[in-house]
Design a protein around this ligand. Sequence first.
Ligand code: ADP
Ligand code: MG
Length: 297
Amino acid sequence: ATPTAVMVGTGVGASQGILIKGGQALENAHKVNCVVFDKTGTLTIGKPVVVNTKLFTNMVLREFYELVAAAEVNSEHPLAKAVVEYAKRLRDEENPIWPEVRDFVSIAGHGVKAMVRNKEILVGNKTLMVDHNVALPVDAEEILAEAEAMAQTGIIVSINREVVGVLAVSDPLKPAAQEVISILKSMKVRSIMVTGDNWGTANSIAKEVGIETVIAEAKPEQKAEQVKDLQASGHKVAMVGDGINDSPALVAADVGMAIGAGTDIAIEAADIVLMKSNLEDVITAIDLSRKTFSRIR
Ligand code: ADP
Ligand code: MG
């Protein structure tokens, strides 16, 4: 393509809310034959809501959520926002004052740990519990499995290393997700999902959206490794993501595409920004590149 054609292509993208950072990004997009999607906030809406709670303690719901909210209020994670929102609604207050927190630590891909009222609170997934020698009651295992089968994410809460409750959070697919995957298929582009979420939930979501290849429980570096493996097997890879945890993979990909509503770090790491946060624009971007680069050869 001529420099003028590339400029026109980039301009057309911009007018449609697709920010293409330079001619190379536009050029690479027409070679893409594999798209790796992050799950949370990319394929799903990314505003999870608490849909179920099971307590294994004589604490009342309000008291339980007070502790959980205190532990999670300093986390940026969408799941943390979901539990804090739920706790607020239980209190029926816009800006409640949560119990004081000491020693807050966010454990990437696993959850959070904090001291609240002189008790150690852990909120997160199974790995977080295993890593802290917290035993999972059979009842809790069952509830987690049920949640995962319904494409929900189960979150476990322990106090002083004892499981006191499990909650289920639902984050539905974006309305366009299924169609985007099926159009990509018709364009001979393979779709893959990578997520830090657990295998059960990941498989349920993948099935719903029509993706066959899934990598779950992936740390940020493993998301990037996945991209590199696909490249090593001859794929031209686009990565679509919204989170800090997607940035290494966005950089590794031939074309990194960030969801506009995502974190600043993801937007910086990407070659293309989908300003309207529409999943359809993954296709629009590839199309635009194909149109710009297939004519003049
Ligand atoms: P994703 O790739 O889906 O955006 P992450 O890598 O951020 O997921 O997190 C992986 C998993 O770790 C989550 O699905 C959740 O089970 C657990 N987790 C991470 N952060 C938190 C948190 N603040 N509260 C509860 N669970 C969390
Ligand atoms: Mg995400």
